[in-house]
Design a protein around this ligand. Structure first.
Ligand SMILES: [Zn+2]
Length: 281
């Protein structure tokens, strides 16, 4: 069979190799060029044209169009914040920019968790500085701050370990989907998606911190002279606030699953740059 006949039958030839090996078009082949919107095979079509199926410009579906988010372009704290903001504010646009072969995603995930942990611990320790109706020396304030900071950092480390493990479970579960649902998402893409979605754990820090602030506020307003029934009501409300860690974790987990699932669908046909074929010698 000649090369022209192969191509006529929808068979692709590798021109980069000395011996051309014919490979059949396979929608599940991770490197066959697909329209990123509808999944139509656009391999070999004019790059200045549009997808015959949905009209999306082909140039927007090329792997090179994924230039990477701010963090992926240059790893810095500032770019990490910029990436969080972009993911929160313009998720659809950001998802189109993500590079799924990026190798710094675990670093992105851990740095995100560490920053959120710091915000949570400093915030919690600060709220505990509020001590009305007591005469406390500066030294006691400092010791109190260090103590609460230490305790909340340890609790925060557990929360971060949970978030990290939960992200890993998300990747594993999504990986176990049957191929027809999985499309071309691989472990690298999922880790990159999860790392970009990890800013949702900010909600956990916000809920835990909010719980502390309200608890402090109740404690300040509470008058020892209030009648018994009111005191019971206040006591009950603080029990709910003590659950803020569990509530925060549940909300964070839900938001991450929502983020990954929603964007998983958006990236079903994402094209990746084909890595160099391993040579035989
Ligand atoms: Zn299309």
């Amino acid at each position: 069979m000649s090369r022209a006949e192969h191509e006529a039958e929808g068979v692709r030839t590798l021109t980069s190799m000395e011996e051309t090996t014919p490979i059949k078009y396979d929608p599940m082949d991770p490197f066959t060029l697909l329209c990123e919107r509808c999944g139509y095979v656009i391999e070999g079509l004019d790059q200045d044209g549009v997808c015959p199926e949905c009209g999306k410009p082909i140039v927007e579906s090329l792997p090179g169009a994924r230039i990477g988010t701010a963090w992926q372009q240059k790893q810095s704290k500032r770019n990490l914040f910029r990436t969080w903001w972009m993911m929160f504010r313009y998720p659809k646009k950001s998802i189109e920019l993500i590079r799924f072969d990026h190798q710094k995603c675990i670093e992105q995930l851990t740095q995100t968790l560490i920053l959120i942990l710091l915000v949570g611990s400093v915030g919690t320790a600060t709220t505990h500085l509020v001590r009305p109706r007591t005469d406390t020396s500066i030294l006691n304030y400092v010791i109190g701050f260090a103590l609460i900071f230490g305790i909340s950092t340890i609790i925060g480390l557990f929360i971060s370990a949970y978030s990290l493990a939960f992200s890993g479970i998300c990747v594993l579960v999504a990986r176990s989907f049957p191929t027809r649902f999985r499309h071309r998402i691989n472990a690298d893409s999922l880790w990159n998606l999860t790392a970009h979605g990890s800013f949702v754990w900010l909600s956990t820090a916000a809920i835990v911190l909010g719980g502390q602030v309200v608890e402090r506020a109740i404690w300040i307003i509470e008058d020892p002279q209030t009648d018994y029934e009111k005191r019971i009501l206040i006591y009950k409300s603080t029990i709910i606030l003590e659950r803020s860690i569990e509530i925060g974790l549940a909300v964070g987990s839900f938001l991450l699953v929502y983020f990954v699932m929603r964007n998983y669908k958006r990236c079903a046909y994402a094209n990746r740059v084909c890595p160099q074929e391993p040579s035989d010698g």
